[in-house]
Design a protein. Structure first.
Length: 189
């Protein structure tokens, strides 16, 4: 369901050959012609096993790259290498479409392994993003941010009959507190 919302929000920026980094189940690939994906644990025939920090593609192979719900899992070094690799395989003028949790409180989702006592984030998130940080990171990598929105995507997807303003009102009244998502589209310059 989230893939439908991401495509709706980015439709006019999707063009040419498409790469989905961290493709998971292949939900985006199933809805976009000319799309392939990479993942550390492929679960779809059009997804190959590969790592974001070493993409197995020639320079300037793709017109569009999706990186949805992946960057928050990367340590600083892998984030740096991964964005460099995405830039390398993206054509000049091509778009990267990103979603990440917005201002996530990592401490709030920490859990402890009952066997070894190790503490870790329940979804293995290690990065926190806000609009200023993501824009700075992308600009330093040679991208120009062309669209940036903060959305309550998680809640909106499951309750599509509620529009954006109703969700905002419910949030202000503290009736709901959906995890907000930072939705970004940037162009390689």
């Amino acid at each position: 369901m989230l893939s439908t919302e991401i495509i709706r929000l980015s439709r006019k920026f999707i063009k040419g050959k498409v790469l989905d980094v961290g493709a998971g189940s292949g939900a985006l690939i199933n809805k976009i012609p000319n799309a392939i994906g990479i993942d550390l644990a492929p679960k779809h025939p059009k997804v190959i096993k590969a790592d974001i920090s070493n993409l197995p593609f020639e320079n300037e192979t793709f017109s569009t790259v999706f990186a949805t719900e992946i960057l928050e899992h990367l340590d600083d070094e892998t984030l740096e290498k991964g964005l460099s690799e995405i830039r390398r395989v993206l054509i000049t003028g091509g778009n990267i479409i990103i979603t990440v949790p917005y201002k996530e409180n990592l401490k709030q989702n920490m859990v402890t392994c009952p066997k070894c006592g190790t503490r870790f984030h329940r979804w293995l998130h290690v990065q926190i993003f806000d609009e200023h940080r993501i824009k700075s990171i992308l600009e330093n990598k040679g991208f120009k941010v062309v669209k940036l929105r903060i959305l309550p995507i998680g809640f909106k997807v499951y309750h599509s009959y509620l529009n954006y303003f109703i969700i905002r009102l419910l949030k202000k009244l503290r009736i709901i507190n959906p995890q907000e998502t930072l939705f970004v589209i940037a162009t390689k310059i």
